[in-house]
Design a protein around this ligand. Structure first.
Ligand SMILES: [Fe+2]
Ligand SMILES: [Fe+2]
Length: 419
């Protein structure tokens, strides 16, 4: 599974877990409420069998309560654990307990509870002796609308009914979880395909930016040395040195962009100075130095090309602080610029230019070593000395097209592979 597939899979899995838990909790809560309301309806139906008959008997004197008493005894025998009638002042007038459930009723009595006196129906569920019990309070209303009193019944819930209702709830829960799982599974290919589109657009954009980097590098090469190969070679050397010293992927990307664009500011230097075959005088050299500032200004137009900024701005700094433009020294010079300074000079020394022949490899290395600690970072120079000969053999006398295609492979590795 590739990185992006794993990311999408993990996020969908997390979403599936969260949605399943939330919907599961909601369905369970609704299911339990539904079970309670069905139990209450069942108990209400039972209590309503005595509520009408008890209404005229409720507020009679104590001596006239035998009829209500009989009603209560008959009721519990057939339907309930206990029943209790209260008058309009909430005083208990008659109560009866089913002789088969005396112990259960005793146990329930030890559990304090109270229903609000608001004239509404109320219930409470208990578990006692492993059995479910429902206590229900029904107000007894007169036809005129007043409250004559109340009846409170305690019912043993039939286990079969309870199991049936719970099974119904579990089935609903499973159906909902199945629907959530199915939706998540359907979303996976949809998100994957959308992501593929986004990746394609983002790759096209990146490709455009990399091309822009190469075009700009090529534009200045055409003005300066009339060849792109300096850019290709310095970029290749720089990447190999960066890999050897263990630079991070992002830093290597910055270094490649910097290698292409290091002298982009030379576009703004006039031909009589840029192409002068002889040594520059002090004033001309001052103008030549401005290619660094011009380069930084050109890059400012593109956020993406800012990657190259460290190399462009600091490639003429020297390790002892005697370089330009800022005169930075030591590790204050960004590592990408310190690496680049070594490979840029190495390639300049080992290449033929209109005004000079190429130095032999050994002589070029001697000049680099002499500059270690003054011009160049000594640690990086030592590392480069260890890999330079092999690099030089690989790159020198190699056709431009081959050097370019090897560099394209490095660009693909650092800019495009498994982003
Ligand atoms: Fe430069
Ligand atoms: Fe250069």
């Amino acid at each position: 599974m590739s990185g992006i597939h794993r990311t999408i899979f993990n996020r969908l899995l997390a979403a599936w877990v969260v949605v399943s838990l939330l919907t599961g909790a909601a369905v369970s809560w609704l299911g339990i409420s539904r079970i309670d309301s069905q139990l209450v309806e069942l108990a209400s139906a039972q209590l309503s069998k005595v509520s009408a008959a008890s209404l005229p008997l409720l507020n009679r004197a104590e001596s006239q309560r035998s009829e209500l008493n009989q009603l209560a005894v008959d009721f519990v025998r057939q339907h309930a654990i206990a029943v209790e009638f209260r008058d309009r002042n909430r005083n208990r007038v008659v109560a009866a307990v089913n002789p088969l459930h005396v112990d259960l009723e005793q146990e329930l009595r030890g559990r304090p509870y109270s229903f609000p006196a608001d004239g509404d129906r109320h219930f409470k569920k208990f578990t006692a002796d492993g059995q479910t019990v429902l206590r229900l309070l029904l107000p007894l209303k007169e036809t005129a609308g007043g409250i004559a009193g109340s009846v409170e019944g305690t019912f043993l819930i039939d286990q079969e009914t309870l199991v049936r209702l719970r099974d119904e709830m579990i089935v609903t829960l499973l159906v909902v979880l199945f629907a959530v799982t199915l939706t998540t599974l359907c979303l996976y290919p949809v998100i994957l395909s959308l992501n593929r589109d986004v990746m394609r657009y983002s790759n096209d954009l990146l490709k455009g930016n990399v091309e822009l980097m190469e075009v700009l590098g090529s534009a200045i090469a055409k003005r300066d040395a009339a060849t792109n190969i300096h850019n290709y070679r310095v970029a290749s050397y720089a990447v190999r040195l960066a890999e050897t010293v263990g630079l991070k992927r992002g830093e290597i990307r910055d270094l490649i962009a910097g290698a292409f664009l290091h002298d982009v500011g030379k576009i703004g230097i006039s031909d009589n100075i840029l192409l002068k075959p002889d040594a520059l005088d002090a004033q001309e050299f001052e103008i030549m130095r401005t290619h660094v500032t011009l380069g930084v200004e050109i890059l400012r137009k593109s956020d993406w090309l800012q990657k190259a900024r460290d190399v462009v701005e600091y490639h003429h700094e020297k390790f002892d602080g005697s370089g330009y433009l800022k005169g930075l020294a030591g590790e204050a010079i960004p590592v990408t610029a310190r690496i680049f300074a070594i490979v840029d000079v190495f390639d300049a020394l080992t290449s033929k230019r209109p005004y000079k022949e190429a130095f032999p490899f050994a002589e070029a290395m001697m000049i680099l070593q002499q500059g270690a600690g003054t011009h160049f970072d000594p640690r990086l120079t030592t590392t480069f000395a260890g890999i330079a000969e092999a690099l030089y053999q690989e790159v020198s006398n190699t056709p431009e097209g081959v050097v370019e295609s090897r560099l394209q492979a490095l660009i693909a590795k650092y800019f495009f592979a498994s982003r």
